[in-house]
Design a protein around this ligand. Structure first.
Ligand SMILES: [Fe+2]
Length: 155
């Protein structure tokens, strides 16, 4: 394996890659959950919410890819299995089909968890001058905060 010489110490890259792996697991778990809601929801606002959930998971999918590739760019392997994600994530699975209101409350709580975690990782990235990781997570944070505002307003 060719050395990674991008001006970041290996220890810092490893620490950030580990944190990004947790964010990746959270993001992928959220993606699957929102897609499940998109498939399984029932109710009078089906058409509207079916589209809303699709818009959310499509946005989340972009973040999944960017975070995974950032881990590789830092010189480490991105987790890419459901078993690894299950170990790393703080996002609980939803096996039932909640009401639409419950779905929104669950998603809001999950997104807020990712927002809080992302903010901590951004601080760590800033500490070691990894401006690219900080920028990447700031971009997704902006989207998550906007989505959480829209969900809060819907509720
Ligand atoms: Fe669909």
């Amino acid at each position: 394996m060719v050395n990674v010489n991008i001006g970041l110490k290996e220890e810092a890259r490893k620490e950030l890659a580990d944190e990004l792996s947790k964010i990746l697991a959270d993001t992928y778990s959220l993606y699957l959950k929102v897609q499940g809601f998109h498939w399984n929801l029932k109710g009078r606002s089906f058409a509207t919410m079916h589209k809303v959930f699709q818009d959310i998971y499509e946005g989340v999918a972009e973040t999944v890819d960017e975070v995974a590739e950032r881990i590789q760019i830092l010189g480490f392997k991105a987790p890419a299995t459901f078993s690894e994600f299950a170990k790393l994530t703080q996002i609980a699975e939803e096996k039932e089909v909640p009401s639409i209101d419950e779905m929104l409350k669950i998603l809001l709580a999950d997104i807020e968890k990712i927002v809080v975690s992302s903010r901590k990782v951004i601080s760590k990235a800033d500490e070691v001058d990894d401006v690219v990781t900080a920028d990447l997570l700031t971009g997704s944070l902006k989207e998550y905060e906007k989505t959480s505002w829209m969900i809060r307003s819907t509720l």
